[in-house]
Design a protein around this ligand. Structure first.
Ligand code: HEC
Length: 118
């Protein structure tokens, strides 16, 4: 009984928290990417300006996400050894956060670049 209440309260709290994050688009939350990415500075991963420039448009990026995001298909990791070494880190994030939300993720990335912040 008590447990159910705690679970319900936790769920309610989490939902409020999520509703408050403006960038939540249909199950995809771009804010989770901020731990490793910024719009115009390299952090753990490349800047999203660089990513947007490498892919050119949303559809191309969404296409690479949909085809499984193989390292050899990644425009940045495939051409820069420094990022290739860290590709495993992004593969984990891809499986956890992007798979099943490919179009939303690509749109969120290009929107963040246009807006100037993630
Ligand atoms: C734990 C750190 C981490 C998180 C969190 C993270 N990334 Fe990355 N990301 C990286 C690293 C490191 C690279 C460079 C290696 C690579 O490109 O695979 C990268 C590269 C990328 C690339 C370029 C791929 C290429 O090589 O062309 C895209 C697109 C990308 N991330 C999108 C995202 C999105 C969208 C999110 C949030 C859902 C996200 N990342 C969350 C670490 C992270």
């Amino acid at each position: 009984m008590k447990k159910t209440l705690i679970i319900a309260a936790t769920a309610a709290f989490m939902m409020t928290g999520l509703a408050a994050t403006e960038a939540l688009a249909g199950g995809f939350n771009v804010k989770r990417c901020k731990a490793c990415h910024a719009v115009s500075k390299k952090k753990v991963g490349p800047s999203w300006k660089d990513v947007a420039a490498a892919y050119g448009d949303e559809a191309t990026l969404a296409g690479v996400f949909k085809s499984g995001f193989a390292v050899s298909d990644r425009k940045i990791a495939a051409s820069e050894a420094k990022w290739k070494k860290k590709a495993g880190m992004m593969t984990g994030q891809y499986k956890k956060l992007i798979k099943g939300h490919e179009d939303e993720a690509a749109k969120a990335l290009f929107d963040a670049v246009a807006r100037g912040k993630i």
